[in-house]
Design a protein around this ligand. Structure first.
Ligand SMILES: Cc1cc2nc3c(=O)[nH]c(=O)nc-3n(C[C@H](O)[C@H](O)[C@H](O)COP(=O)(O)OP(=O)(O)OC[C@H]3O[C@@H](n4cnc5c(N)ncnc54)[C@H](O)[C@@H]3O)c2cc1C
Length: 360
């Protein structure tokens, strides 16, 4: 991705627009704003762009994108990024927007879980079904160990070298890390509730080879309790499907139970909600707070359909609403990309030069 990754903790950057959510709606919003000469910073709690398409069904084909009879979900995201490229949006990934507050000067304060701070002229909430959170290990006392001994993603693989490691789950992440860390961890136990895995067959086969070679153990079952020694995690009790109750060594636990969306902070920003979605008008897709817009799955209005193409339409109209909000004196008129020199200049497909009067 050519776009810059910015936002050192504590920096207070000024942005014309901040887009919250990098799903298909948020990505297309960059493009629609860019055509009008408005720059955007885009924030997502996930480490990569694409929202539900990338997180939930990257390999599935989509059949209802106009003019693309069949398009893979990840392919759609890649195409949206490519289309938005001329507008050099700044991406702040792997950080949840936790604060959104109107300021006295009509702008908005936006802050993230990593400490990125932005002042925005307008905000577009394209938060879909909410920010994706890892499904937690449902064991008594687990909260005491989360972040130090119980993890839902690998920040540094080296943290598990030489340790007794328990991995829970049966998807790609669980199997990939099992194979990668076997031989590096002091001991490794994989626990999954059934014998079938939702992971690449080659990785599953490799895991079974490692079990057969005595390099790790696999238990079909589920963890029921954590064991501690002097306050430190040392093991887990595992209920095997064959009726045995086992105690396995576990100084560190990696649990990969997938992600689930949580509306989270969006519900706390004082915006009018209807059934966990933000109420908007259908002219500008503005929320109950002027200057804050909402598009895609997070928005609701009479007749709303949660489809990708609805998000695209909403992004186009929201861009005009944002332009009016930021530059109320500017006369608005519709231009076609086929014939507009200024839009072609912005797209980088024409040698025509834009004059200062053309900006915005
Ligand atoms: C299995 C499946 C198949 C589907 N097939 C189709 C199909 O064929 N055709 C179709 O039109 N639609 C389909 N959909 C629906 C489609 O994926 C959604 O309508 C679309 O993804 C909505 O896009 P969005 O940009 O509004 O939100 P999302 O894709 O949900 O993206 C929202 C993003 O916002 C981020 N976010 C949320 N809150 C915060 C926060 N506070 N801070 C930072 N980031 C935040 C999330 O992490 C997420 O990345 C399908 C959905 C599923 C689950």
């Amino acid at each position: 991705m050519s776009e810059s990754i910015a936002g050192s903790p504590g920096s207070g950057t000024t942005a014309e627009t901040v887009i919250i959510g990098a799903g298909p709606a948020g990505l297309f919003q960059i493009f629609e704003l860019g055509l009008l000469g408005i720059n955007a910073h885009l924030i997502d709690s996930l480490a990569q762009v694409g929202g539900q398409c990338t997180e939930l069904y990257p390999d599935k084909p989509i059949y209802d994108i106009p003019a693309l009879p069949i398009c893979g979900a990840q392919e759609l995201v890649d195409r949206l990024l490519e289309q938005a490229k001329p507008f050099h949006a700044t991406f702040h990934l792997g950080q949840e927007v936790t604060e959104l507050q109107p300021l006295a000067n009509g702008k908005f304060h936006v802050a993230t879980s990593l400490g990125t701070r932005l002042t925005a002229g307008a905000v577009v909430i394209a938060a879909g079904v909410g920010s994706f959170q890892p499904r937690r290990l449902a064991l008594p006392g687990v909260e005491d160990f989360e972040g130090n001994s119980v993890h839902y993603r690998v920040k540094s693989a080296g943290d598990f070298h030489g340790r007794d490691l328990l991995i829970c789950g049966g998807g790609d992440s669980a199997l990939d890390w099992t194979v990668a860390l076997c031989g590096k961890a002091r001991s490794l136990t994989l626990v999954h509730r059934r014998a079938e895995f939702r992971a690449a067959p080659a990785t599953v086969a490799r895991m079974r080879e490692l079990v057969a070679a005595g390099k790790m153990q696999f238990v079909e079952g589920h963890a029921t309790a954590l064991k501690t020694d002097g306050g430190a995690l040392c093991g887990a009790v595992v209920q095997a499907n064959d009726g045995r109750t086992l105690e396995v060594a576990a100084e560190q636990v990696l649990a990969f139970y997938g992600l689930h969306p949580k509306l989270g902070p969006v519900a706390e920003w004082g915006l009018e909600l209807e059934r966990k979605a933000l109420k908007v008008d259908t002219e500008k897709f503005q929320t109950s707070v002027p200057g804050i817009f909402a598009i895609g799955d997070i928005s609701t209005y009479p007749g709303k359909k949660k489809l990708i193409l609805s998000g695209f339409h909403e992004a186009a109209l929201a861009a005009f609403g944002i332009q009016h909000h930021l530059f109320p004196e500017k006369r608005q008129f519709l231009q076609y990309t086929t014939t507009s020199p200024i839009m072609q200049k912005r797209l980088g497909v024409s040698g025509e030069s834009a004059t200062a009067a053309d900006s915005h």
